[in-house]
Structures are given as C-alpha cells and as structure tokens.
Unconditional design. Structure first.
Length: 149
C-alpha cells in the first residue's frame, strides 16, 4: 500500500512538473489561468490511485482506505512539486515569483516564500477536496437493494 501511495504521488508530481516545463517552453508559464490544468492532473492521479486501490482490495475496500491513499498520494505530490518550484524560483528564474505575485496578489508582497506557501496550501486543499469527491463514487454502498440476491 505504501509503495502505491509513493508511486502515485511521484507520478502526479512528475505530471505537474512536466506540464509546468512544457508551458514554460512556450513562454506561457506566467499565465495564471493555465494553472487550472494542474487541478486536472492532480484529479486524474488521485482518481487513479483510489480506483487502483479499490480494484486491488475488492470487497475489503472501505472508505477510510480509499480516502487515505488519495490524501497521502496528493500530499506527496504537493510536497515534491513545491520542492521543485522552490528550486525553480530561487535558482533558475528568480523574477518569476515576483511577476506571479504581482498578478495574483497585487503589490501586497513580492516574497517568493509566500508563493511557495500558496502552492503548498492550494495543493493540500485540492487533495482533500478531490479525495472526498472521488470517494463518493468509490465508497461501498449501504443500499439494501444492492445486497439482495
């Protein structure tokens, strides 16, 4: 189970990193609207890990197990992606954070650490929301009619 969580977490993070680098290649990395696709990448990864866990567990699958793999995979992906962005912001393109913060927050702060904190919180929040959302589809049914022959 732990290997699966780490595997999917790293795969989600790699998807986010590859998407960022692709957008950067075309010079569109400063467009905040393109961050919406980050949500789709995370959603696909969390959906996949929960689906894979349910398939592997079969009738023994429960709500807590599915929620746990979604949360932990998303948190690992968020931490890895935030670490990548820290390297990018502090060592590769030091002006990037300032440009993004000016567009998103206004002239409130130009501190790169705040941008990393926002990325971290957005990642954690979307992970929790997506895990709860997908567990509505994958949770075991308590309907009596499903249990009748």
């Amino acid at each position: 189970m732990e290997k699966k969580i780490i595997k999917y977490g790293v795969l989600i993070a790699l998807g986010l990193i590859m998407y960022f680098l692709l957008v950067r290649l075309f010079g569109l990395h400063e467009n905040p609207w393109l961050r919406l696709l980050n949500g789709a990448i995370v959603a696909f990864g969390i959906y996949s890990v929960i689906k894979d866990t349910k398939k592997e567990s079969g009738v023994n699958f429960n709500y807590f197990e599915g929620f746990k793999v979604g949360i932990f995979s998303g948190f690992i992906a968020t931490l890895v992606f935030t670490f990548f962005m820290a390297i990018y912001i502090f060592h590769i393109d030091v002006g990037f954070a300032e440009k993004i913060m000016a567009m998103s927050v206004g002239s409130v702060s130009k501190e790169p650490g705040l941008l990393l904190f926002i990325i971290l919180i957005e990642g954690f929040a979307s992970t929790v929301i997506l895990s709860l959302l997908f567990m509505q589809k994958f949770k075991p049914s308590w309907n009596i009619s499903d249990k009748l022959p």
